[in-house]
Design a protein around this ligand. Sequence first.
Ligand SMILES: O=P(O)(O)OC[C@H]1O[C@H](OP(=O)(O)OP(=O)(O)O)[C@H](O)[C@@H]1O
Ligand SMILES: Nc1nc2[nH]cnc2c(=O)[nH]1
Length: 185
Amino acid sequence: MSVDLDHIQQVLDEADCLYNEQQIEEAIKSMGSAITEQLSNSNPLVYCVMNGGMVITGKLLTHLQFPLEASYVHATRYRDQLTGGRLDWRVRPSQDMKGRTVLIVDDILDEGHTLDAIVDFCKEQGAEQVMTAVLVDKLHNRKARPDLKADFYGLEIEDRYIFGYGLDYQGYWRNANGIFALKGH
Ligand SMILES: O=P(O)(O)OC[C@H]1O[C@H](OP(=O)(O)OP(=O)(O)O)[C@H](O)[C@@H]1O
Ligand SMILES: Nc1nc2[nH]cnc2c(=O)[nH]1
């Protein structure tokens, strides 16, 4: 299927910027401090959840100045759609995580099914402690569990479809230098 790049450009042009680069970078730095305080002596395995986690994980890692191992998992629930479906594992964690502290890093906690499934998988693999960090927590009452929160999060957003800083619109604009809400959603 060919992509209408004029449409893709128009989506960014018409979107509302909810957070700009400076606000996001400050939030990431604060997350880095909070994570450092809690995990700096735990030799954690840090997993980026691809694809959305690629920007936040790369930026967050530079604020974590202590020994850790970084790797990735790939799971998707939305593909290029605006609403989520079944979790589709593309790449599962490969390291031995028995007895380890694991930190899962993703772009967004929306309904939370994605993070919940990855956390459950790591616990089944014998991780001693599994913690979660997301750039954005979306505020609504459709969470997979009541009061579901990430252990660390940077920003809260209203209940709209967003893109930028790793989050996509139809596979595009993960590179957008801010967090934008889609017009009309
Ligand atoms: O909290 P949830 O409702 O489960 O949604 C959050 C997940 O949705 C997005 O991934 P997506 O499945 O779109 O794949 P992507 O990372 O490749 O964009 C996002 O990156 C999170 O992993
Ligand atoms: N791009 C994007 N992906 C998501 N996955 C879950 N919620 C969202 C969202 O608001 N935007």
